[in-house]
Design a protein around this ligand. Sequence first.
Ligand SMILES: NC(=O)c1ccc[n+]([C@@H]2O[C@H](COP(=O)([O-])OP(=O)(O)OC[C@H]3O[C@@H](n4cnc5c(N)ncnc54)[C@H](OP(=O)(O)O)[C@@H]3O)[C@@H](O)[C@H]2O)c1
Length: 234
Amino acid sequence: MSRSVLVTGGNRGIGLAIARAFADAGDKVAITYRSGEPPAGFLAVKCDITDAEQVEQAYKEIEENHGPVEVLVANAGITKDQLLMRMSEEDFTSVIDTNLTGTFRVVKRANRGMLRAKKGRVVLISSVVGLYGSPGQANYAASKAALVGFARSLARELGSRNITFNVVAPGFVDTDMTKVLTDEQRAGIVQQVPLGRYAQPEEIAAAVRFLASDDASYITGAVIPVDGGLGMGH
Ligand SMILES: NC(=O)c1ccc[n+]([C@@H]2O[C@H](COP(=O)([O-])OP(=O)(O)OC[C@H]3O[C@@H](n4cnc5c(N)ncnc54)[C@H](OP(=O)(O)O)[C@@H]3O)[C@@H](O)[C@H]2O)c1
């Protein structure tokens, strides 16, 4: 297989593991990055998904080099944790603008080529927290829960066009995002996880690659938990 794959936020963390999994399988992989040196081995396009113009430019660059995107993994995301009483409007709207509206921007643009090709695979990276809830993460949980309704609506809207939309809901994964947690917070989380540990990014990547593979040709509108049992499938 040598498909044109785009992984947003593929420059580090879970996104990088996903990008590597597709590249190892022989796909042409583009990743987005915002600053610094992107990792080698991919077509790295500079793109902030909160900016529609940058999204458009990134797609043009990918289409010129790899052809229209056939597999989109909307992975880029942020947290701005705060208790509701102290959560500013900016804390809330910036997380929604990145995690939800940013996903809308990249999915909408990918759809153009997928409609023409009459096929496509879209995988959205949500979180166990979206359906489980988490104190101090109302903004993040709302944005991640919204991805489920978004994906399921599109699964219904575009199923007849042979485009699948699925959601992967990781539990706690060892990345920069969770490095900010204290040892005490980490221990508390691990205690609740039946498998008793954090996930490695590669374990999330495996589920994503499966959803984009031929083996998943009849799966759409699904939410696949990869959380060590934390959410018990919700
Ligand atoms: N780690 C976990 O425990 C966990 C659990 C469940 C779900 N998730 C989800 O998995 C995804 C990846 O998380 P991670 O742990 O790998 O996080 P991370 O290490 O913090 O990486 C976040 C990635 O998103 C990119 N990004 C953030 N805002 C962006 C924007 N406006 N435009 C373009 N790219 C942007 C970052 O790019 P820059 O390098 O340019 O900042 C980076 O590549 C996120 O959606 C996260 O919510 C993570």
